[in-house]
Design a protein around this ligand. Structure first.
Ligand code: FAD
Length: 322
């Protein structure tokens, strides 16, 4: 028996969230005795990159090297993963919670007659059942869900588990999957790449600006700090609504939900709708001239001061240090 992990990749790299899913599966296998962790990757990606998935705890990676699968066509991915699930005799599928992961997991739950819990933050409690803790209300509360089906799907929340990195390289085995035209019934007709070197949803560090930045002409300061830290840039909703920044940078309940190691909020008040997009961050630093700004309540570190004075000084200090 094995635990199967669905791997996502982009630009030739396995996503960190998928490595977290493998790390989770590794700990789960140790807890439940479900045997080895096998990963499945779809589409064009380098074998060496896939072998490195072993560092997170997979012993084998099944690779359906079919170029049609590279773009993440949801039905086809679900069909391919279902076949891999059957071939390794798995009862549990682990994957990262993501927009692609959610869409694939929902279809797999039907195909495999599996109970699905998404946004999982801990290993399940298996004493007298199978109960899984998950994050709800954009990280404000937790719920416990029981799975009663034999087949189980767990979608792991970003940053919820420690990344294992000390495993040996995995063996990579090419597999072929049977796909029909119906699996490609929906097509991706075009994709638009977000600007910026580091994609916001994936970023490990985010520097975000709000209305306190006064205007788009002042964003050089945000970009300079972001570049110094190797960070992505984000913004509050009004900033993108006014057109100071593109919409794909809008962070919050109605925008991108980020989960970086470090989130730096500059001139953002900290409205509940903004916090809903950032409260999975490991460390939050707030720079605001108003000591009563609500964001300080959610901050790990706060600087009360004028962004136009603080940010250039902070950037200079970091440049000297890094
Ligand atoms: P403001 O509230 O105007 O705050 C600006 C801050 O900058 C203030 O705290 C001020 O003290 C500070 N400041 C001013 N000058 C300086 C300076 N020189 N130096 C340092 N600090 C300074 N918002 C989101 O961000 N994301 C969402 O997804 C989102 N979804 C929403 C959904 C709904 C249904 C609704 C009703 C609202 C939503 N909002 C969202 C809007 C949200 O309620 C706030 O209005 C918004 O987040 C405020 O943006 P802000 O902090 O940039 O601006």
């Amino acid at each position: 028996m094995s635990i199967l992990v669905y791997i996502e990749h982009a630009d030739g790299k396995v996503k960190k969230t998928s490595l977290e899913a493998v790390s989770y599966a590794n700990a789960l296998a140790a807890q439940t005795g479900e045997g080895e962790v096998v990963a499945v990757a779809l589409g064009t990606v380098d074998s060496g990159e896939l072998a490195s998935v072993g560092k997170a705890g997979a012993s084998k990676v099944l690779h359906a090297d079919d170029a049609r699968l590279t773009d993440g066509v949801i039905q086809a991915h679900a069909a391919a993963v279902a076949q891999a699930f059957g071939s390794v005799g798995a009862k549990t599928l682990v994957l990262a919670k993501s927009s692609l992961g959610d869409a694939v997991a929902a279809r797999l739950a039907i195909k495999l007659n599996a109970g699905l819990v998404s946004n999982v933050v801990e290993l399940p409690n298996t004493s007298g059942g199978y109960t899984v803790k998950r994050s709800i209300y954009t990280g404000k509360a937790f719920a416990e869900s029981s799975i009663t089906t034999e087949n189980k799907i767990l979608a792991v929340k970003k940053n919820a588990v420690d990344l294992k990195a000390d495993g040996a390289d995995a063996t990579v085995e090419k597999i072929s999957v049977t796909l029909s035209d119906a699996d490609f019934a929906s097509k991706i007709t075009s994709t638009e790449r977000a600007t910026g070197e580091i994609l916001l949803p994936e970023a490990d560090i985010v520097v975000s600006g709000g209305r306190g930045m006064k205007g788009p002409e002042n964003w050089g300061m945000i970009e300079d700090l972001a570049k110094t830290l190797g960070a992505a840039t984000g913004c509050s909703k009004p900033v993108s609504d006014i057109g100071w920044r593109p919409h794909h940078e809008h962070v919050g309940q109605t925008g991108v939900k980020v989960a970086p190691s470090l989130y730096i909020a500059i001139g953002i008040s900290g409205a509940i709708q903004h916090l809903a997009g950032v409260n999975s961050s490991k460390c939050i630093v707030v720079i605001n001239k108003d000591p009563e700004a609500p964001f300080f309540k959610a901050a790990d570190y706060g600087i009360v001061g004028d962004a136009f004075e603080v940010v250039p000084k902070l950037t200079e200090a970091l440049k000297a240090e890094l």
